[in-house]
Every structure is written in structure tokens, then in C-alpha cells.
Design a protein around this ligand. Structure first.
Ligand code: AMP
Length: 542
């Protein structure tokens, strides 16, 4: 016997229409590439998303055709999220930090028909437009009078002129909720990036999951600042969860330096912000230097790479902001776990609470996870055993776009490539990317643990730990350090800092000081580049 409930497809368009109806005056504030602040409401955003849908119909785009974006977090990008997907096309967010050739490769692979870009990326578009074989329409996200006349780009138009000519009424179509809605390519450290194709269903379920109190806890009482980019993994689903809950949205545009982000948080009374550790480092440095405090910020979700415990402590103890450490990946829409305390942990002493906050957290309902040994045997959730982390669930990828890379699943589970431990309360802690684990004398050293300790040293701005080959131990850790400006610290002092914090055999063999550590297009340390850079480095005693 089937249940007798209505079968309503989960459509992305319904999110924005819900927000427009129930939160029509809730604000969406954006720092524009032009430099000024733009503000309007969900009702305005929905009207303009409908114009986008009409404009795409007029171009004759077919169902599931891809519309590329190369844009910062802002209201026009937000409109494209809903106008493109809502009308049955696929919004394909491209990471503008990639090399121009890679942008062109991705646009060609995705067969984008339209490409919408912020004016800051005009030089990239000028360099690649003739290589993009499928793109018929180029749309600059600006007013008509801001469009330079002599770009040479065939079929270039301004977004405002394009959608301004259209009606703001539109009957959003209803179709199979499993239809493709959005496409995002992985950061791919080796070979070409691979596309992850989200559906309307996966996006809505993820938006529900992400809004839950034990995930990002988003509500109509929040002003949310996604510093995490809309060009990579849909800003962790925040645009969708915000529309679902009616939260005020504050978009930072291109200004991600500490001063700009701080001023936006204060001016717009942001209660919740989301970002990667490198951006938050700039914010904290700015605050420390100026002796500043937050007046409204209550919590921040930090993920994308491991958040150093020193940062969690500083946010919590110095600034009264709770850090929700989160973990996920492009293939997971991206949210997998978020670290929120349980009732029984609320009375724990501060240090014990901070130790829990350092973990990547508990799985959202909808994400099943397990850790396995090299033979695929499941390992216990004892907080000690570490193994390959596998996941499954309705917002986790089944295969890459166009079947690239074959079947990625192992017995129905997606192997994340991360190594983790899970404690009896279900708190997961990443110890490494499997390719970054340091295998020393048959034992594993967690590069993240070693980095976290270094990051707590007052002279260290940034640290990365990599394995170097060793004749006796196979591999030994080298710590690469960027000093804080003006700080003085020696190799010996850094090594001495590990005393009593880890077992002796886990202490790095050597410390190399550098001016900068290479970061990839999504803000992660590029350890492959570091390994290349230090290929010939001789460790003491090796
Ligand atoms: P991406 O697909 O670009 O979002 O990258 C996903 C990868 O980033 C994961 O598989 C992890 O290796 C890493 N990552 C994300 N969040 C965290 C975190 N909180 N701690 C450690 N690693 C993380």
C-alpha cells in the first residue's frame, strides 16, 4: 500500500518563490565589483531570476543546457543560481582562480552555451573566448553603459540590458526532481578536473540538511555572510538554505581582505559567517592589529581544509564566536559533517570543549559514513583507529559528469580520499588526505596534527607538513613554515615546540622557512607543489 500524500517534485525555483512570498522584505546585500554596496530583497531577487529565465528561453536554450558563471558572491550570481536551474537549465559555476586555459577546458568540457562573468574577469574572457567552442553568448554582469565597446568578444552583452528587456513574470516549469540543476568541477590536483552534477532533489535535500540546528542552524533571525565562494561547491549550499529559511544574505564580492570582511560583518550586523581558514586568518590578523571586537557575530562555520585549533580558540575565547568546524567535498554537495556539541558535553571544561570543536564533527542526517582498513574491513568508532573514510547518501555523487574516471563507488560507497577516526559519539576527525599521510617506519603521522601544533606557535603564520623520502624510515616529516611578519624564530625553536605535544618519532625532522606556501584555486595547500619544491631537500641524518 502506498502512502496517500502529494507527490510534489523538489524544485530549486520553489526555494526562491517561498522566500519571495514569506520573507519578501528580507535583505540581500552585496558588495559589488564596482565597489559600492547594493541592497534589495528576496522579492526583488525572485523578480529578476524570472527575467533570467525568460532571457534564457528567448535565447532558445534547451532543457539541461549549461550556463557557465565566472563570478564572485553577489546578487546577480544569486539570480543566476535560481533563474538558470529553475528554468530547467544547469548553472555551471567555474572557479576564476584557475588558470585561463583550465577555465576554457572546463567550459568546453561542460559544453556551456552561455557564459556570464563579473567585469573583474574580463581579461580572462578576452584571453579564452575564442577557444570556447560551444559558448554562443557572453554576458558581462554589469550595466549596459559599463560594457566596453572594443572587447572584440563576439556576442557580448551586458546582463542588465539582457534581463532588463524581459518580463518579471514567469511560470516556473515542474519536471523530474532528479534532473540536473548545477555543475561544479573538482579542484583536481592531478589530471583534468572532473564535473559533479547536482540535481534539484539533491540540492533541496542538502539545503534542508544544511539548515538544521546541528548543521549550520540557519533561520529568519540570521544575517549570513558566505565568504565561501559561490563559484565552488555552491558556497556550501548557503544560497539555497538562506532562501529556504529567509535568512538575510550578505555577499562580500571580491573584497575578501580582513578589513573589508570585518567592516561588512559590523555594518550589516552579520550573525553567522562561513569561510575557509586562510580567509579567516586575514580577518583575525586585522582584528588583532586594530584591537577590534565583533558586536553581532555569534558563530562561523569553517571548513575546506582543517581549521587549526589555535584559530578555534581565538574565535571562541578572544571574540566570543563559536566555530563550527565543517567537513565535506565537491562530490558531497558539499556538507558531510559539522561539529556541534551534544547536551552532555556542554558542561565540560573549556579545554575539553575546544578539543571536541577541533574535530570535523558529526554527520548530518542523510550522510552515512564509515572508516575502513586497507582490506576494506570496517574499523571501530573508538576515536583511535584511523582508516579511509567512505560516505553515501542522497546528496553524494554517484558518478562524475560524462562518466569520467569510471565508476567511483566501492560497494555503493564513495571513497572520499580522506583518512579519519570516528569517536563513540560519532565525531569524525580527519587526520589527512590519504596521499598526504606520512608513513614513517610502518606508523602513520598525521600531517594535520603536525601543522596544527606549528600554527599555535606565536611566530608562525602558516605551516604545511609533507613527507620526504628517508632511507631508514621510508618517509619522514618536513615542516614548511611562513613566519609572521617581523617574527624571529629558529628551526630549533620550532622543533622544541613539539616537546610533550606528540610522540618523539612524530616530531618533524626539519623545518624550512619560506615566504609563501602555494595555495590552490580553492584555498587549499598544494602539497604536490611543495613536494616538488623540496624534492632534493636533505633531511638531517638521512
Ligand atoms: P573540495 O572538493 O575542493 O571541497 O575539497 C574537499 C577536500 O577538502 C576534502 O576531501 C578534504 O580533504 C578537505 N577538507 C574539507 N574540509 C576539511 C576540514 N574541515 N578538515 C580537513 N580537510 C578538509
Amino acid at each position: 500500500m502506498l502512502g496517500l500524500m502529494q507527490d510534489r517534485p523538489l524544485m530549486i525555483s520553489s526555494l526562491l518563490e517561498f522566500a519571495a512570498r514569506h520573507h519578501r522584505d528580507a535583505e540581500i546585500v552585496s558588495r559589488r565589483v564596482e565597489g559600492d554596496l547594493h541592497r534589495y530583497t528576496y522579492a526583488d531577487a525572485a523578480a529578476r531570476a524570472r527575467r533570467v529565465a525568460n532571457a534564457l528561453d528567448r535565447l532558445g536554450l534547451a532543457f539541461s543546457d549549461r550556463v557557465g558563471t565566472l563570478a564572485w558572491n553577489g546578487y546577480r550570481h544569486f539570480e543566476l543560481y535560481f533563474g538558470v536551474s529553475g528554468s530547467g537549465r544547469v548553472v555551471h559555476t567555474i572557479n576564476p582562480r584557475l588558470a585561463p586555459d583550465q577555465v576554457a577546458w572546463i567550459a568546453n568540457h561542460a559544453e556551456d552555451q552561455v557564459l556570464c562573468f563579473d567585469m573583474s574577469f574580463l581579461p580572462v574572457i578576452k584571453a579564452i573566448w575564442s577557444q570556447c567552442k560551444t559558448v554562443k553568448h557572453w554576458v558581462a554582469l554589469c550595466e549596459a553603459d559599463a560594457l566596453p565597446a572594443d572587447t572584440g568578444i563576439a556576442g557580448l552583452r551586458s546582463y542588465e540590458a539582457w534581463i532588463g528587456a524581459e518580463s518579471d513574470t514567469y511560470a516556473w516549469p515542474e519536471f523530474d526532481e532528479k534532473s540536473a540543476a548545477a555543475l561544479c568541477y573538482t579542484s583536481g590536483t592531478t589530471g583534468h578536473p572532473k564535473g559533479v552534477l547536482y540535481s534539484h532533489r539533491s540540492t533541496l535535500l542538502h539545503a534542508y540538511g544544511g539548515a538544521l540546528p546541528d548543521a549550520l542552524a540557519m533561520s529568519a533571525r540570521d544575517a549570513v555572510l558566505p565568504v565561501v565562494p559561490m563559484f565552488h561547491v555552491n558556497a556550501w549550499g548557503i544560497p539555497y538554505s538562506a532562501a529556504m529559511t529567509g535568512a538575510k544574505l550578505v555577499f562580500p564580492g571580491a573584497a575578501l581582505d580582513g578589513k573589508s570582511v570585518y567592516e561588512l560583518i559590523e555594518a550589516e550586523r552579520v550573525s553567522f559567517a562561513a569561510g575557509v581558514p586562510t580567509v579567516w586568518l586575514m580577518l583575525l590578523n586585522h582584528m588583532r592589529a586594530g584591537g577590534l571586537k565583533f558586536s553581532t557575530l555569534k558563530r562561523t562555520v569553517i571548513g575546506g581544509s582543517a581549521c587549526p585549533p589555535a584559530m578555534i580558540r581565538s574565535f571562541y575565547v578572544d571574540y566570543g564566536v563559536t566555530v563550527l568546524h565543517g567537513w565535506g567535498m565537491t562530490e558531497m554537495s558539499p556538507l558531510g559533517t559539522v561539529c556541534n556539541m551534544k547536551l552532555k558535553q556542554l558542561e565540560l571544561p573549556l579545554d575539553a570543549q575546544l578539543a571536541i570543536m577541533g574535530k570535523q564533527g558529526r554527520a548530518l542526517y542523510g550522510v552515512e559514513m564509515k572508516i575502513v582498513d586497507p582490506e576494506g574491513q570496517e574499523l571501530p568508532w573508538d576515536g583511535q583507529a584511523t582508516g579511509d573514510l567512505l560516505v553515501k547518501g542522497p546528496w553524494i555523487m554517484a558518478s562524475y559528469f560524462k562518466g569520467e574516471g569510471g565508476d567511483p563507488l566501492v560497494g555503493g560507497w564513495f571513497p572520499t580520499g580522506d583518512v579519519a577516526a570516528i569517536d563513540p559519539d560519532g565525531f569524525m576527525q580527519i587526520t589527512d588526505r590519504s596521499k598526504d599521510v606520512i608513513k614513517s617506519g610502518g606508523e602513520w603521522i598525521s600531517s594535520i596534527d603536525i601543522e596544527n601544533i606549528a600554527m599555535a606557535h606565536p611566530a608562525v603564520a602558516m605551516a604545511a607538513c609533507i613527507a620526504l623520502p628517508h632511507p631508514k624510515w621510508d618517509e619522514r616529516p618536513l615542516l614548511v613554515v611562513v613566519k609572521k611578519p617581523g617574527a624571529v624564530v629558529s628551526r630549533e625553536e620550532v622543533i622544541a615546540f613539539y616537546e610533550g605535544k606528540v610522540a618523539k618519532w612524530q616530531v618533524p625532522d626539519d623545518v624550512a622557512f619560506v615566504d609563501a606556501i602555494p595555495l590552490g584555486a580553492t584555498g587549499k595547500v598544494q602539497k604536490n607543489k611543495l613536494r616538488e619544491q623540496f624534492k632534493g631537500h636533505k633531511l638531517p641524518g638521512a
